[in-house]
Ligand binder design. Structure first.
Ligand code: NAP
Length: 241
């Protein structure tokens, strides 16, 4: 029987990379996105139009995945947004903070709650949260993003502890600079930083780099570990002198 993965924000970027990789590895894959996924995705995955900020849509995503596949083995909380405008901390609007927290933190929190209840009944499962190096690196022109990712990192620890007794591990994957639509607007900035050596492994990361980490964690090969942070950032997090 193939394992079933539910991946939020799977129509593009990192989520799409994870969906493609798990599909190649024989998983049954369900993805969500706000807009309809392309035809190629529709042919391979169960594609659910569901805004992760909506409680009704999250419930529907779980129900549709269970109706099609009967179980959820891996939940990947990947859907996330950057601020519409990179505003200085002293100017940032309250709306932007609410929008980012709703999509990047409140949505994943309550989707995890729903799926965790199901995984407990099922007797197994793995939960993976895609945070960001911004969980602990300060960018004063997108503070709401940093706060949302720091919250998601704490959420990983909370659910890791709560679900440990049920044998359900919860992990955090912390990506660095990854080539997707999200970073395309700041490509020149990151090209220069990478060229200047900001990452010991001197290249952009790609969605497949994150996908391989998700696949590794989905293999039940870390049975005495939960709540771990897996940095997929070319070594960016290492302090250097
Ligand atoms: P992306 O290229 O902008 O893709 C985002 C995906 O999420 C799309 O499929 C999008 O589809 C979906 N999505 C956005 N808002 C959604 C919502 N409210 N409900 C459901 N789906 C939603 O972004 P990405 O770079 O792949 O980022 C994926 C995750 O990795 C995010 O959590 C991001 O914060 C994190 N991350 C990215 C980087 C990076 O360098 N790219 C680094 C660190 C962490 P629709 O637009 O159709 O909804």
């Amino acid at each position: 029987m193939s394992k079933v993965a539910l991946i939020t924000g799977g129509s593009r970027g990192i989520g799409r990379g994870i969906a493609e990789y798990l599909h190649e590895k024989g998983f049954s894959v369900a993805i969500t996105s706000r807009r309809e996924a392309d035809e190629d995705a529709q042919g391979k995955f169960l594609c659910i139009v569901a805004d992760n900020a909506s409680a009704e849509a999250r419930q529907r995503a779980v129900d549709e995945t269970l109706a099609r596949f009967g179980r959820i083995d891996i939940l990947v909380n990947n859907a996330g947004i950057a601020p519409r405008v990179r505003a200085d901390l002293l100017d940032m609007g309250e709306d932007s903070m609410h929008e980012l927290l709703d999509v990047n933190l409140v949505g994943p929190f309550f989707l995890t709650q729903l799926v965790a209840r199901h995984m407990i009944q099922q007797g197994s499962g793995t939960i993976i949260n895609i945070t960001s190096m911004s969980a602990n690196v300060v960018s004063v022109n997108r503070g709401e993003y940093c706060v949302s990712k720091a919250g998601l990192s704490m959420m990983t620890q909370l659910f890791a502890v709560r679900l440990a007794e049920y044998g359900i591990p919860v992990y955090e994957i912390r990506p660095g600079i990854i080539a997707t639509d999200m970073t395309s607007k700041v490509k020149d900035k990151y090209d220069a930083l990478i060229e200047g050596g900001i990452t010991p492994i001197k290249r952009w990361g790609y969605p497949e780099d994150i996908a391989k980490a998700v696949y590794a964690l989905s293999q039940d090969l870390l049975p005495f570990s939960t709540g771990e942070i897996i940095n997929v950032d070319g070594g960016f997090h290492l302090q250097r002198l």
